[in-house]
Design a protein around this ligand. Structure first.
Ligand code: 6PG
Length: 249
């Protein structure tokens, strides 16, 4: 494992996707303990994708499953596909099957995005309201947001060239993604950037070129929306594997 420390972010390079998932689980547990001891709760937004799935499996097992303060951990999502919660593409379903249904977490601590609503704007408005209520009318500020990054530089459901990239007056938005010919519901970059901790999990050679552009390239967030992620006060950690990091300087 190697670390590159920059002034506004840190890059942690793991040998492979398996080590990345183990290290991400360890960091999740560490932050959960810190926040629960400090403020009595830990509010985390999850992402879809293959790397978090591997981390969820680890968290659902010993020692984490027994040791974590699940009653004080609150789960949200950074984005959701517009499908019912039992659909194979649902980010909620993936997290529920691999982690949430396997640990002692009260169901009322789980706040999924109601993205099955055919009125996508209404789904986004409803989730904004859920977040406003949870954060007691303050602007939503997660203790941790996990993000993935696509090979095209998207993160959450902030895809290149889409309207959601410019919706920073909103907490959550519905976003039509032309190349997928489908709708998504996503936190805006503004909401993500209010988090205390943001962790990107990025694995695989197909991400290497986008990772280089996002981290080392010129600013072009229209093309590489992951560049919009710059926490206002919190920390930004890129956890990547050697394959994804292969083009970094
Ligand atoms: C989703 C996501 C998305 C994902 C990236 C990376 O719902 O698809 O939240 O932003 O995190 O596409 O996914 P992988 O880790 O599977 O490559």
């Amino acid at each position: 494992m190697r670390t590159l420390q920059q002034s506004t972010y840190e890059v942690l390079i793991c040998a492979d996707a398996a080590e990345l998932a183990r290290e991400a689980a360890r960091r999740f547990a560490e932050l959960a303990d810190i926040f629960v001891n400090d403020i009595g709760r830990f509010a985390v937004a999850l992402s879809g994708g293959s790397t978090p799935k591997a981390m969820f499996h680890i968290l659902a097992d010993k020692p984490f499953a027994d040791a974590l303060p699940w009653r004080s951990i609150f789960f949200f999502w950074g984005d959701e596909r517009c499908v019912p919660p039992d659909h194979a593409d649902s980010n909620y379903r993936m997290a529920n099957e691999t982690l949430l249904s396997k640990v002692a977490i009260p169901r009322e601590n789980i706040f999924r995005i109601p993205a099955e609503d055919e009125d996508h704007e209404r789904a986004a408005a409803s989730y904004s309201e859920t977040l406003q209520k949870f954060f007691a009318e303050q602007k939503p500020h997660f203790d941790l947001v996990f993000l993935g990054m696509g090979a095209d530089g998207h993160t959450a459901s902030l895809f290149p060239g889409t309207a959601a990239l410019h919706a920073n007056d909103r907490i959550v938005v519905a976003n039509y993604v032309e190349k997928l010919q489908s709708w998504r519901v996503t936190l805006t970059a503004e909401t993500i950037n209010r988090a205390r901790n943001i962790i990107f999990l990025v694995a695989g050679e197909d991400k290497a070129s986008a990772l280089k552009e996002v981290i080392e390239g010129p600013r072009n967030s229209e093309k590489y929306p992951s560049q919009l992620i710059e926490p206002f006060h919190g920390s930004l950690l890129w956890m990547v594997d050697e394959a994804a990091a292969s083009l970094l300087k």
